[in-house]
Design a protein around this ligand. Structure first.
Ligand SMILES: [Zn+2]
Ligand SMILES: [Zn+2]
Length: 348
């Protein structure tokens, strides 16, 4: 085992502070990674606050990891020392159930091992995430990061990127489709970039007029202000697909009215109760509402390769490790464009 520096929340809702943690020795199937950058996801805050229940302390958050391989086990042929790699929300799964065999490890029937706050099958206790200097991960859960991408700006692709790419990819978004991305935050800004790169006519749907310019800069063809009834009516029944990134419970009814017959709205943000939905908004037009959670490992690699081809990364603000508590407060007040990334050099 090796001791590495990390940042942890010692108890519920506590500030993060320096902590030394242990990483396992590299087994034959493992890849050891020196972490260069780690994105700050809103889930990190939810876990520290135990918003979803089941948090185990100390929590070392971080599941948007980019780093360089420092060592590989003897069964590892896909990676070698020095490779630029990424680790997202999962570090293991059973790899044998039907769902895993369908490359949907995020829904593993035996429970995927999440990058932090899951049972650690090797060391006991629970897993620690990317707010640390190093991590050791099973080779099947390590991703190749294209070398042409800025590694810092690529880090949030591992969660925010795959969360928005997967539904657009799964529902086959293509040139000629009209796609609405609802909500402009860490997820929404990636949704716009992907939808635009897939060739769809991309409409940013937001409550705030002030986000118009930025949405267009990110690739939106148009901006629809959801508070403007006339504008909403004009777009009614016109969307092939809606990607709903709003992170809190809200009224989905006005958005369902924007969908064409047989079209789908996919929820990726709100893991909490939604306001009541009127059945008529689904029945009239055979519409669908669906959900999506990150993506499997195969699709995450496809997403990274797509980003390499289209030169897509996240818009980030770099911070030092000891600025994390301030960054958490700013994420909570939605004051970041559009993702904080920790420069892990600052943890030395
Ligand atoms: Zn995340
Ligand atoms: Zn499984």
């Amino acid at each position: 085992m090796s001791e590495v520096k990390a940042y942890a929340a010692p108890k519920q809702s506590a500030d993060l502070e320096p902590k030394t943690i242990e990483r396992r020795e590299v087994t034959e199937n493992d890849v050891a990674i020196d972490i260069l950058f780690c994105g700050v996801c809103h889930s990190d805050i939810h876990q520290v606050q135990n918003d979803w229940g089941g948090s185990r302390y100390p929590v070392v958050p971080g599941h948007e990891i980019v780093g360089r391989v420092s060592k590989v086990g003897k069964n590892v042929s896909k990676f070698k020392e020095g490779d630029l790699v990424g680790v997202g929300c999962m570090v293991d799964s059973c790899q044998t159930c039907d769902t895993c065999k369908k490359d949907l490890e995020q829904f593993c029937e035996n429970g995927a091992t999440m990058t932090y706050n899951s049972e650690d099958k090797h060391l006991g206790g629970h897993t620690f995430g990317g707010y640390s200097q190093k991590v050791v991960v099973d080779k099947e859960f390590v991703l190749s990061v294209p070398e042409n991408l800025d590694p810092a700006a690529a880090a949030p692709l591992l969660c925010a990127g795959i969360t928005t790419f997967s539904p657009l990819n799964h529902w086959g978004i293509k040139k000629g489709d009209k796609v609405g991305v609802i909500g402009l935050g860490g997820l929404g800004h990636m949704g716009i970039k992907f939808s635009h790169a897939m060739g769809a006519e991309t409409v940013m749907i937001t409550t705030s007029e002030s986000k118009k310019e930025d949405a267009k800069r990110l690739g939106a063809d148009a901006v629809l202000i959801s508070k403007e009834d006339d504008a909403m009516k004009k777009h009614a029944g016109s969307f092939d697909f809606l990607l709903n990134t709003i992170p809190v419970g809200h009224d989905v009814n006005p958005y369902l009215q924007l969908l064409k017959v047989d079209a789908t709205m996919v929820m990726v943000g709100a893991i909490e109760p939604l306001e009541p939905m009127h059945g008529g908004n689904l029945i009239m037009g055979r519409k669908r509402i669906a959900g999506s959670l990150i993506g499997g490992i195969k699709e995450t690699q496809e997403m990274l390769d797509f980003c390499g081809e289209h030169d897509i990364t996240c818009d980030i603000e770099m911070i030092k490790m000891d600025e994390i508590n301030e960054a958490f407060s700013r994420v909570k007040s939605n004051d970041v464009k559009y993702r904080f990334v920790i420069d892990m050099e600052s943890l030395k």
